[in-house]
Design a protein around this ligand. Sequence first.
Ligand code: THU
Length: 141
Amino acid sequence: MDFNIKELIENAVDSRKRAYAPYSKFKVGACLLTAENEFYGGFNIECAAYSVSNCAERTAIFRAVYDRNSIFKAIAVVGGDEKQTNNFSDFCPPCGVCRQMLREFCNPEMFKVILAKSTDDFKVFTLDELLPISFGPNNLK
Ligand code: THU
């Protein structure tokens, strides 16, 4: 891997501190790594009209794309009840919508999804493992 996984996880944990999750009280943090090795943090942002809420992963994606970074190499995700701070009891896998949005901006066989409970306890998947036989930009060419 040509990047520092622990650093990516630390940034996801740091981003999570600012999550706005007053309804679920489940805070998620993500850190996206772009092709230019830039980090984009994201956290979940909920809404009183629940379905409008946005996941941490998509917050990070939208921030990066706004800055004209639209090729991604990896993402680290951490999540758990708001009382947890940096040692999470469970892994927090990206929802289906976020997997599909990641698919838009990466090579699914190369892109790494890092699910972490801490900087020392994590699992690495490719996006293709989490979203096999996916529909992507090439299907519209
Ligand atoms: N959530 C994320 O931010 N990312 C995920 O991968 C799964 C779920 C958020 C959405 C909602 O604010 C809260 O977690 C509970 O579902």
